[in-house]
Design a protein around this ligand. Structure first.
Ligand code: DQQ
Length: 575
């Protein structure tokens, strides 16, 4: 059974599942499936119909977590977990790319690879901190000869090299050892450090039995770290917390903040990547800096019922503060949904979502996310519609752009909400609701939206759409990105990803931005309140045979107030 499907099933029988995952991994407690027979197979080049045009990818092989994104002396640095020898997880090194705009990338030699007793069995995820002396420093997880997870640091060999090509791992590593009581096979992914009251602080993800934990460490000099008596935060029944991320957000406005900002004008966000479900969850809350504790607001819940950055395929994410444009940027890994055999044939697996700017929603209950503005430099040929009606049952083609590699931004206006279908309060699972009420299931207000990567006669299509329900006091909005009809090919994982959109429909408008790139469809509902990324592998709707439509299968007419769609050019991508 595919791991992803298995994982969905597992939410019900969670901890049994953790054991299954560990078995698959040959005993190493990280949730990447290990395929020894494929680990070092060189890429086979075939017709690359599913390779992306403008998403971050190396020329070949496997990639996973984003590591240590940072801005340093005018250059954006991006590191990521990479298998230099094959298209499955294994032989992991820190690949390194540099950019001036986070869209065009130049690949450098790997920055870190196993070489010392403190990382001989692996260089796993970590983060960068730029010290006040303007020196960057990386913290990462190393696997020692006994496969114990320990935390190390690395520094640039030559600060005057603008690309920081070479990194040194000083001999006084590791800087953090799993001490007694800490699970040495579940102790990884150090965060960027923040400075407060004379000490650096950083987090390491872990678990104690089934309780997810973010251990807090303090240091005066970045070298000698001591574990705080209490973790920054922990939550029962959530399993291993991978790749924690903790940062302040302004109560109002889109500006990002340096990690060390505290005060009444900010809230804090704690994100954890839950190994058991493979989704990234976050809470919005308060950092009690005097006690070094984080308390989520009562509008945010820990665990699987909580808020997600993305209700689709998006994991092990990490943010960083970009001082050049005063914004916080989010990077997330988008894994494949095809089979391992497909990946070996393609010669590659995994990509990074388009970097997103994140800020606090004015409602202060959740984050907003939007693709970085630099993406717009790739926009080419454009099509514009204004004030077009979508009557019930209609689908109208958006003609004149490369529909397989496009950026689409639409504002829908809903003339009347009176007939919205009633919402049943037992419908708490958005993905299940989307499976039940797909794009072809007629409604009243919706389903309406886009049919992306569609073949001419709709044998294949990935609909991204809204459906509006009437609950007792408010409207409930569902956003779906449904892969079930995305491909005629069998053996793919084709989930009906969905999330609810916490939006006020007073103006009767809903916006949708969708980035389409051959095998990835990244959508931002209501200005970035709810985001969903789907991986799809059409067989007919490929390259010039892909089409894009706007559609409405609700009884109520929907107006497309504005639609802008662009063909997207290819950036320089790690060549
Ligand atoms: N991937 C890394 C780990 C991390 C996991 C290993 C998350 O450090 O916990 O490649 O995808």
């Amino acid at each position: 059974m595919e791991v992803t499907k298995l994982l969905s099933l597992c939410i019900l029988i969670t901890f049994l599942c953790v054991d299954i995952i560990n078995l698959n991994n040959g005993g190493v407690q990280a949730s990447h499936k290990v395929f020894p027979q494929f680990q070092s197979l060189t890429a086979v080049s075939i017709r690359q119909i599913h390779r992306t045009g403008y998403h971050f990818q190396p020329p070949k092989n496997w990639i996973n977590d984003p590591n240590a994104p940072m801005y340093y002396n005018g250059i954006y640095h991006f590191f990521y977990q990479y298998n230099p020898k094959g298209a499955v997880w294994g032989n992991i090194v820190w690949a390194h790319s540099v950019s001036k705009d986070m869209i065009n990338w130049e690949a450098l030699e790997p920055a870190l690879y196993p070489s010392q007793h403190f990382d001989i069995n692996g260089c796993w995820s970590g983060s960068a901190t730029v010290l006040p002396s303007n020196k960057p420093i990386i913290l990462y997880t190393g696997l020692d000869p006994k496969d114990r997870q320990i935390q190390n640091y690395a520094v640039p060999a030559n600060l005057s090299d603008p690309y920081l090509r070479k990194w040194i791992k000083p001999g006084n590593n590791p800087v953090v050892d799993p001490e007694q009581g800490v699970n040495a096979s579940a102790f990884r992914d150090p965060t960027t450090a923040w400075w407060l009251n004379g000490h650096w602080r950083m987090l390491v993800g872990s678990k104690r039995s089934h309780r997810g934990v973010a251990y807090l460490y303090r240091s005066r000099d970045f070298i000698y770290w001591t574990k705080a008596k209490h973790p920054l935060h922990s939550a029962p029944h959530t399993g291993m917390w991978e790749c924690p991320d903790f940062y302040p957000v302004l109560l109002s406005g889109k500006e990002g903040l340096d990690l060390s900002v505290v005060g009444k004008h900010v809230k804090h966000v704690l994100k954890v990547s839950l190994d058991v479900t493979r989704y990234d969850y976050y809470t919005v809350g308060t950092y009690l800096s005097d006690k070094d504790r984080y308390v989520p607001d009562n509008t945010s819940v820990d665990g699987w019922a909580g808020l997600r950055y993305d209700y689709g395929n998006f994991y092990a994410s990490k943010t960083f503060f970009d001082p050049a444009k005063k914004r916080r940027i989010l990077w997330g890994w988008v894994n494949e949904s095809d089979t391992t055999e497909d990946d070996v044939k393609k010669g590659w697996a995994g990509l990074q979502a388009i970097p997103r700017t994140v800020w606090l929603d004015p409602n202060q209950r959740q984050l907003m996310q939007w693709p970085i503005e630099e993406l717009e430099t790739l926009r080419g040929k454009t099509v514009k519609w204004s004030h077009r009606q979508l009557k019930t049952g209609e689908h109208i083609e958006v003609k004149g752009i490369t529909a397989a590699q496009a950026d689409v931004d639409v504002i829908f206006h809903i003339p009347s909400l009176d007939k919205a279908e009633p919402f049943d309060h037992s419908w708490t699972d958005a993905q299940e609701l989307c499976a039940r009420k797909g794009s072809k299931v007629k409604g009243e207000v919706g389903p309406f939206g886009l049919l992306t990567l569609a073949s001419k006669n709709l044998e294949e299509y990935t609909p991204v759409f809204f459906r509006v329900f009437q609950a007792s006091k408010k409207h409930v909005v569902l956003l779906c990105s449904d892969a079930r009809s995305s491909s005629l090919k069998d053996g793919l994982y084709k989930p009906s990803f969905a999330g609810f959109v916490d939006v006020d429909l007073a103006d009767k408008k809903l916006s949708l931005r969708t980035l389409i790139d051959h095998s990835v469809v990244e959508s931002f509902g209501a200005g970035g309140k709810t985001c969903i990324t789907s991986r799809v592998y059409p067989t007919l709707a490929v390259l010039d045979n892909a089409h894009l439509y706007a559609f409405n299968h609700g009884t109520e007419t929907i107006n497309v107030e504005n639609l802008n769609a662009w063909s997207m050019r290819k950036p320089r991508m790690n060549t």
